[in-house]
Design a protein around this ligand. Structure first.
Ligand SMILES: [Zn+2]
Length: 123
């Protein structure tokens, strides 16, 4: 049963990975397109572009987390919190299969801020 679950998780993560890559590609493509349009005029797309770039950063982070989770599945350490080493709540893993932090650590890390701390995969 354990390995069924593992296969299921890997399949789910790979699907997520494919979707994220697809979205990333689309966003990058649309950004490139807009840049070509009009560089001299005040750019009305600037906010949209910034938003798209923010999404890209999030997606890249998510992909890293997915890759990490996949490697954890391979090495049998999946579901262990990256920060405190305790098992992550299975219900949380169901919802966010690529997470590498338990809810407690996630909360702590978020409170500490994203910029000046060690970067965890699933921030
Ligand atoms: Zn933890």
């Amino acid at each position: 049963m354990m390995s069924d679950k593992k296969e299921e998780r890997i399949a789910k993560l790979k699907k997520e990975q494919a979707l994220a890559l697809q979205e990333l590609e689309y966003l990058r493509e649309s950004l490139r397109y807009e840049v070509d349009l009009d560089l001299d005029e005040a750019d009305p797309y600037v906010t949209e572009r910034e938003m798209a770039m923010g999404v890209i950063v999030d997606l890249e982070r998510k992909l890293k987390a997915i890759n990490y989770a996949l490697s954890q599945l391979e090495s049998g350490t999946y579901g262990i919190c990256e920060r405190c080493g305790q098992p992550i709540d299975p219900a949380r893993l169901e919802v966010i299969p690529e997470t590498t932090l338990c809810i407690k650590c996630k909360t702590i890390v978020e409170r500490e801020g994203r910029n000046n701390q060690k970067i965890y995969y699933n921030l």
